[in-house]
Design a protein around this ligand. Structure first.
Ligand code: ASP
Ligand code: MG
Length: 416
């Protein structure tokens, strides 16, 4: 058995959905669990629905949702001749909610509304597969993947989910070759929908691969494979054909937009190889990620924009020892902030963070109880793994370097 994950870009047009059908047909009677994201930019569009609803703009929320419905209905009509009602129940679920007034927290509504992106996309693709005689079983993953109620960043209940997969998905594969379900979403023990964090469907796919003891996980993308830099920014970006789990975890940690950072652990734990392949040309080799150490890697470049530097200094010239550092990390945990880089000095701590304005403001305010706080915005964090001095100089030329940090493998510079 294998697990495939198709991202939103792979189904964002009629041709691309047809292409997914062709890819699946080319695998004949192999058993495949297929995880699909929301179509195109649907998740972003649904976020706008949530914002409007939560701000009390019911009409705007319903209009925005209507546009999402139209888009899905159009695609469905193009792909399916028969009259199909497969999406209506999901629409109704959301519209009911939108007719209410918000009384619970934002994150709760976010998950109840945003989850419909993957329900719609998978129902649509499943109906299309039936149309072209690819027999498949559609599963609502909310009956399988159990999480806590930490909405928008829910933690998976590993034991419950494993039992459900063993009881329901494994027997399903005795009767069928293809099971189609959603990434990114789950549900609590009270049947409330939850999400695992943006781009979380890679992680869902890895969870299924782990629990089904899959032979491999393939993530189908619109690029040839994992590149050493963002090809939109670096014309000489090159594909890397082999990477280790370790390397990918590091790349994701430093902010490379390759694969959701949580994806690797479930695969590594069971030594399941991960293939990153191009859905536009399935015969390209792509990237293989497994336990083997890759040699002669090119410099791997990650650029994170919109960075903030927080300089926290002790108020009375005392050393910033463990007590201060742990206070700061308590604040990070409370605000769910992950610093991208920190550097400690005698009487100050520097930290570089993503610029999420409300979080940064809260952090700066809370930290002001213990420190003098300075905030500098609009910075860029450059990370190079397997760097050379020449590469570093080339990429930092004409830029003001605010701080650097380096190990033998990795160099990071915060740039103005
Ligand atoms: N649809 C979700 C998102 O855009 C999850 C995913 O695609 O992985 O973040
Ligand atoms: Mg995606």
């Amino acid at each position: 058995m294998n697990v495939f994950k198709f991202g939103g870009a792979s189904i964002n047009s009629i041709e691309r959905i047809e292409n997914v059908g062709k890819i699946i047909k080319s695998f004949g009677s192999e058993k495949i669990l297929i995880i699909i994201s929301a179509m195109g930019k649907t998740t972003n569009a649904l976020e706008k629905v949530v914002d409007a609803f939560f701000a009390g703009n019911q009409k705007e929320a319903l209009d925005l949702f209507e546009a999402i419905k139209n888009e899905h209905n159009y695609v469905l009509q193009q792909l399916i001749k028969k009259e199909s009602s497969s999406l209506k129940d999901f629409y109704t679920e959301i519209e009911w909610l939108l007719h209410d007034k918000p009384v619970r927290a934002y994150d709760y509504y976010y998950d109840q509304i945003v989850c419909c992106g993957e329900l719609l996309s998978t129902a649509l693709v499943s109906a299309y597969f039936n149309e072209i005689e690819i027999t498949n079983n559609w599963v609502d993953v909310r009956d399988i993947l159990r999480t806590d109620n930490n909405f928008r960043d829910a933690i998976v209940d590993w034991d419950f989910t494993k039992t459900k997969i063993t009881e329901t998905i494994v027997p399903l594969f005795e009767k069928t070759n293809l099971v189609l379900t959603q990434g990114f979403i789950g549900a609590t023990d009270e049947n409330e929908s939850t999400t695992l964090g943006r781009e979380g469907s890679d992680y869902s796919a890895a969870i299924f691969a782990n629990m089904l003891n899959a032979k491999s996980l393939t993530i189908w993308k619109d690029v040839e494979g994992v590149m050493n830099a963002d090809p939109k920014e670096f014309a000489d970006a090159q594909i890397i054909n082999y990477l280790s789990y370790n390397e990918v975890i590091e790349m994701a940690y430093y902010g490379a937009q390759v694969i959701h950072p949580k994806t690797i652990k479930p695969l590594q734990n069971k030594q399941i190889p991960l293939y990153v392949k191009c859905f536009l040309n399935k015969d390209l080799p792509g990237t293989t990620i497994d336990n083997k150490v890759a040699h002669n890697l090119p410099p791997i470049i990650v650029v994170k924009q919109q960075q903030v530097l927080l300089q926290l200094s002790s108020k009375d010239f005392s050393f910033v020892g463990e007590a201060y550092v742990s206070k700061l990390y308590e604040l990070f945990a409370a605000l769910k902030i992950k610093p991208n880089l920190t550097q400690n000095g005698a009487i100050s701590i520097l930290c570089c963070l993503d610029d999420k304005p409300d979080k940064i403001e809260k952090l700066a305010l809370s930290a002001a109880e213990y420190f003098d706080v300075l905030v500098e915005k609009n910075l860029t964090l450059l990370t190079i793994r397997y760097y050379s001095k020449e590469k570093f100089d080339e990429l930092t030329k004409d830029k003001k370097i605010l701080l650097t940090q380096q190990t033998t493998e990795t160099i990071q510079a915060l740039l103005h």
